[in-house]
Ligand binder design. Structure first.
Ligand SMILES: N=C(N)NCCC[C@H](NC(=O)[C@@H]1CCC/C1=C\[C@H](COP(=O)(O)O)NC(=O)[C@@H](N)Cc1ccccc1)C(N)=O
Length: 170
């Protein structure tokens, strides 16, 4: 709800709601102090029902998380977990295949494992890479990610960074 005398109006030109005070005859873009923002968010969601897309989604972009296991042949054999990564590529394969079995066996979520095991800085965000489009990631990663349906998890993807498992969200 809004404080007394305030109402939400709609700006056709900007296709955005604005706040109008009938008593003071002034208007503003941001909600006046004392607005119950929880209800406001609900109102916004209802108001835009259907037209409100997930924040940040743009056509052609997807959102995914990954778990990266680097090895000594990685283009940058270092990470927040390990200053110098010396495991062999073979060992990295065994490790990430174990993770794949745990994840696809429903034992643990990819994001949960990424938190502690991923050699990418996105580990602290459970591997979440945010939205990205074609051209942002290395080709093998991009092709694998875009081939997934939302909610699906890839097999092991081999890039110059290392070995990845990818979970596509959107
Ligand atoms: N959102 C974007 N556009 N960020 C730029 C991505 C650059 C891109 N990266 C890759 O293709 C691989 C696959 C995913 C992560 C990644 C590699 C590396 C780890 O490997 P390394 O580079 O040490 O070899 N992690 C990153 O880049 C991180 N900034 C990803 C990230 C971390 C936190 C929040 C968001 C994104 C590339 N073209 O090299």
């Amino acid at each position: 709800g809004l404080p007394p005398n305030w109402e939400v109006r709609h700006s056709q030109s900007k296709n955005l709601p604005y706040y109008f005070n009938a008593a003071e005859k002034n208007s503003r873009w941001e909600p006046p102090a004392g607005t119950d923002t929880e209800k406001l968010k609900l109102y916004m969601a209802k108001y835009h029902s259907g037209s409100l897309v997930a924040e940040g989604a743009q056509p052609g972009k997807i959102r995914a998380a990954h778990l990266l296991v680097k090895h000594k042949e990685s283009r940058r054999p270092s990470s927040w977990r390990e200053a110098e990564i010396t495991r062999s590529k073979d060992d990295a394969w065994k490790i990430i295949q174990g993770y794949e079995q745990q994840i696809k066996g429903g034992k643990v979520a990819l994001g949960e494992l990424a938190l502690t095991e991923s050699d990418c800085s996105s580990a602290r965000k459970r591997g979440d890479l945010g939205y990205f489009g074609r051209g942002d990631m290395q080709k093998e990663f991009e092709d694998a990610a875009f081939a997934l349906k939302p909610g699906e998890i890839s097999g092991v993807v081999d890039t110059a960074s290392g070995l990845h498992l990818i979970e596509r969200f959107v």
